[in-house]
Each structure stands twice: as structure tokens, then as C-alpha cells.
Design a protein around this ligand. Structure first.
Ligand code: AMP
Ligand code: MG
Length: 411
């Protein structure tokens, strides 16, 4: 039997990813930002709480605070004062007494329990408690949300809107973050025209840089768009030299295969230490990665689907490492395929699928149809990759497959 699974010279996807990640050194420059300016930056420090949250024991209800022991001898307590949020009761609450208290108000020192106002009756004799209560009922304890000194957020975490609120609630008005990355985009190809321009015979619209710029927004980087560069050695070289000077990472698409007009490879050989990989994934076989003088370089295939998938599977993890951000784990689940899936052994396939749940609660995935690497609309309809391992052959409807859900970068 012929060995189907070791197509010569093809690098397994995991090996390519590991090699790439291990040669990326994260940036070190940080800055201190006001929390109002820090959204989507990557934290450069662990954030420890400087205080207990809540800072004091307080009431979870509108009602009455008292010492639980006071109800041992009778059900009626006399009212001795009130504690409102921001205006605590500072006096003594003696045995047999209770304090009117509002939600969030500080617990009086002598009280350990709260009864909600619906469960008392206000009588001439005092406040009559209609139900038994355990000590501590309806009291939120100091530090029960966050203890002073506790780690609240970790270095490497990308700050969300919620996190900005958490920082404010801890009294922190500034935070240390990593600076933003500068990422240069270069599209190569004589046939490419920008959307809005007239197409002449043989032209197509350039889409890769638009997809990439949009994906990079989710990474909160500065995009430096070099636009479309003709297939001309000197022009490509000039663009790469300038991009390398200005950026932490340069991403190009097109020109990394070995067509006649593919000068990108020659330019890169001259300018840096670049590996040209043939990765055992479909779509997206040719992929270049390496080091220019000042920046790291990702060379994506030109085909729109291949460019997008390699950007998503390789360039994004690489950029996350460069910016010190923790990479969210991609979610894979098992589903039953509703359609036959064409596949030849030799490469790992990332086919495009639509995942849904049927009436029986089972995960069902349907192929989006033609899977050509130029068919961007097949990705647009999808919500997941159907991940078929390298050695896998065709799959029949009804079989189980692994599905990787599209994450935020593709939305
Ligand atoms: P290449 O790798 O340069 O040979 O390109 C492979 C295919 O992708 C060709 O059909 C190109 O026209 C197409 N292509 C290359 N770059 C882009 C781009 N930026 N946007 C859309 N299609 C592209
Ligand atoms: Mg080209």
C-alpha cells in the first residue's frame, strides 16, 4: 500500500505553527494609560486588588439589620437608627434593637443579620419579625467579591469594556499596557485593482488587504497599508524596505508561489531570513515566515481563501505572541456531517461548513459547497471549519467530523 500521508516536503501544520511561534520574540515596550484610553490594549502587569470589594459588610436587601441573638427572646425589636448607602449608622445597636437599612448600606458594628422589609410588620411596639433568620442572612461580606491583594487580571490579558469597569471599581485610574503593534500590509499583483476603480481586461479586485485590515482591527494594532504593488522587482523591494522600517510585522499576500511574476520570493531572499514553507494544509499550502531587519514577516498565498485561512491560523497566533497577548483557545467540537465531503489524503483540510443543532439536539454540519481556494463566498456563508486530518480520505454523510468554530477574528 502506498503511504498516503507523507506527501514529500510538506510541513505538518502543527510543526509550522510551533516553528513560527518559537522564533517570535514579544515586544517589551510598555506605557501607562488612563483606564478610559486602555480598551483593547494588552495588560503588561498583573492587576492586584488594592482593596476588598465590597470594602465593608453591607446589606443585600432593603430592610432591618440586627444581631441574630436579639430574636431569641422575642419577635419585636425597637428601632434605634438608620443606615443608608453613603450614610452609615455609627451608633450602638443594643440587644433588642434593630436598624433600618438599605441595600448596599454599611452593616452597623453590632449587627450580623438583615431581614427584608417584606417580612416585618411595623407595629406600635416596634418592628415585628415574622420569620426566623439565620445569622449572616442577607449580608454581603467585605471582600466576598474580591479580596485585597487578590489577582484580578493577568498580564497578557486584552482589556475589555467590562475590565475597564473592574479597574474603576478597584479605584485604579491608570494601567500598564504594551504599546500597539504597527503592522504593514502589502498586496502584490499586476492584475489587482482597488474596489471603486474600473477593471480592465484581466484584472480582478484586490480583497486580501481589506480582509486582513479588518481582522487586524480585532488585534488592536496600527495598520500601515502599502496598497497594491506591481509585480516589479524594484517596486516590491522598495515597498518591503519601507514597510520593514515602519512596522513590527509585515504581511504580504501573493507572489509566494513560484510563478514567473513572483518576485516577492527573490526580494525576501535578499532582505531577510525567510523560510518558504509548503504546509500540509488546504487551503493555503505556500506560506512564508521569517525575519526582516526590523520586523517579522508573514507571506500569505494570493488566493483569497488561502490568504484568509493562513492569516487566521498562523499570522494571528504569531501577532498575538508578538504583542504579548494570551491566545484564546479555539473551540473544536464533534458534529455529524450532513453532506459527503471530498478529500484526498496528504494535507489537513479546513473545509468551510455551517454548523447547526437539529431538533434532537445533535450538532450537524453542512459543507458550504465548492471549496476552491479562490471562492471567498464559500467562507462568507460558513460559521466553522470542518477539520479533516491529513491522512483522512473522503467522508460520507452521517459520519462524525471535528468542527472548529469561527472565532471573533472572522466575524
Ligand atoms: P499569486 O500567489 O500572486 O500567484 O496569486 C494567486 C491568486 O490569487 C491569483 O489568482 C491572484 O490574482 C489572486 N490574488 C493575489 N493577490 C490577491 C489579492 N490581494 N486580492 C485578491 N486576489 C488576489
Ligand atoms: Mg501574483
Amino acid at each position: 500500500m502506498s503511504d498516503c500521508c507523507s506527501a514529500p516536503g510538506l510541513l505538518p501544520f502543527e510543526t509550522a505553527l510551533e516553528k513560527m511561534l518559537s522564533s517570535i520574540t514579544p515586544i517589551t515596550e510598555t506605557r501607562e494609560l488612563a483606564i478610559g484610553d486602555a480598551l483593547h490594549y494588552v495588560l503588561a502587569q498583573d492587576v492586584l486588588s488594592p482593596l476588598n470589594v465590597p470594602p465593608h459588610d453591607n446589606s443585600a436587601m432593603d430592610g432591618y439589620a440586627f444581631a441574630a441573638d436579639s430574636l431569641k427572646d422575642g419577635r419585636v425589636l425597637t428601632l434605634a437608627g438608620k443606615s443608608f448607602a453613603g450614610a452609615p449608622f455609627e451608633g450602638k445597636c443594643l440587644p433588642g434593637q434593630c436598624i433600618r437599612i438599605m441595600t448596599g448600606a454599611k452593616m452597623p458594628a453590632d449587627c450580623d443579620t438583615v431581614e427584608m422589609q417584606e417580612n416585618v410588620e411595623v407595629t406600635e411596639a416596634g418592628i415585628e419579625f415574622l420569620k426566623p433568620r439565620k445569622p449572616g442572612d442577607h449580608v454581603r461580606n467585605a471582600g466576598e467579591d474580591i479580596k485585597a491583594g487578590q489577582k484580578v487580571l493577568s498580564a497578557g490579558h486584552r482589556l475589555t469594556a467590562i475590565d475597564i469597569g473592574v479597574l474603576a471599581s478597584l479605584g485604579l485610574n491608570a494601567v500598564k499596557v504594551y504599546r500597539q503593534l504597527n503592522v504593514a500590509l502589502i498586496a502584490t499583483g499586476d492584475e489587482l485593482k482597488s474596489p471603486g476603480q474600473e477593471l480592465t481586461p484581466g484584472d480582478i479586485y484586490e480583497s486580501n488587504s481589506y480582509v486582513l485590515a479588518a481582522m487586524l482591527k480585532k488585534l488592536h494594532v496600527n495598520v500601515i497599508d502599502f496598497g497594491i504593488i506591481e509585480d516589479n522587482y524594484q517596486l516590491i523591494k522598495a515597498a518591503f524596505v519601507k514597510a520593514d522600517q515602519q512596522a513590527d510585522a509585515v504581511i504580504s499576500s501573493g507572489g509566494v508561489s513560484v510563478g514567473e511574476a513572483d518576485y516577492t520570493k527573490d526580494v525576501l531572499d535578499e532582505l531577510g531570513q525567510i523560510d518558504f514553507w509548503k504546509i500540509a494544509i488546504k487551503p493555503g499550502k505556500p506560506f512564508a515566515f521569517g525575519q526582516l531587519s526590523n520586523s517579522i514577516f508573514f507571506g500569505l498565498p494570493g488566493n483569497p481563501v488561502s490568504a484568509l485561512v493562513t492569516a487566521h491560523q498562523l499570522a494571528i497566533p504569531g501577532l498575538l505572541k508578538l504583542q504579548n497577548a494570551e491566545a484564546a483557545k479555539r473551540i473544536s467540537i464533534t458534529a455529524t456531517t450532513a453532506t459527503d465531503l471530498r478529500k484526498s489524503p496528504g494535507r489537513m483540510d479546513l473545509q468551510r461548513g455551517v454548523l447547526s443543532v437539529n431538533e434532537a439536539g445533535e450538532n450537524i454540519v453542512t459543507s458550504t459547497g465548492a471549496q476552491g481556494s479562490g471562492i471567498l463566498s464559500s467562507l462568507a456563508r460558513a460559521n466553522c471549519y470542518i477539520v479533516l486530518p491529513r491522512e483522512q480520505g473522503r467522508v460520507a454523510a452521517g459520519e462524525q467530523v471535528t468542527v472548529q468554530l469561527f472565532d471573533q477574528y472572522l466575524q
